[in-house]
Design a protein around this ligand. Structure first.
Ligand code: AMP
Ligand code: ZN
Length: 142
């Protein structure tokens, strides 16, 4: 199993540092975030060490993500949240601090002050078409 001896989440998987575990499957582990944005803020991680989502095979991501609806529903019900965010950061520029793939499940309440809106922008003339073409090519779309 891929593991990084210096990774804090690998240490959690190995039981080397304590955490509040709430759920696990063969491939994933859920535990309370130590610095919660709201009570019940969960992290859902693969037991194997991958730094970013795109390093994982699609089938692994599929298996890992299968319990996300169940986790979201449990967080929502237990915390009586009005909603929740599922957030997954890749790369430091995107806010990733721990370099082991993780999904945040963050309960949300009206007026909780956490926010969610990012400033939307517009495409320059022709840019959307150019990017669509390049992305279709990168993805092998026909
Ligand atoms: P990110 O900024 O997306 O990399 O999020 C990393 C998250 O890991 C942060 O929300 C931290 O509070 C959380 N975290 C770091 N160390 C621990 C730990 N030992 N146990 C639980 N959560 C942790
Ligand atoms: Zn790790």
């Amino acid at each position: 199993m891929p593991r990084d001896p210096n990774c804090i989440f690998c240490k959690i998987v190995a039981g080397e540092i304590p955490t509040q575990k709430v759920f696990e499957t063969d491939c994933g582990l859920a535990f309370l975030d130590i610095g919660p944005l709201a009570d019940g803020h969960l992290l859902w991680i693969p037991k194997e060490h991958y730094e970013t989502l795109h390093e994982m095979a699609g089938e692994r991501v599929g298996s890992l993500c299968a319990p996300l609806p169940q986790l979201g529903e449990a967080v929502k019900n237990v915390t009586a949240a009005a909603g929740y965010n599922v957030l997954q950061n890749n790369g430091r520029v995107a806010g990733q601090v721990v370099n082991h793939v993780h999904f945040h499940i963050i309960p949300r309440a009206e007026g909780d002050g956490l926010g969610y809106r990012w400033p939307a922008r517009e495409y320059a003339q022709g840019r959307a078409e150019e990017l669509t073409e390049r992305l279709r090519s990168a993805l092998g779309s026909t």
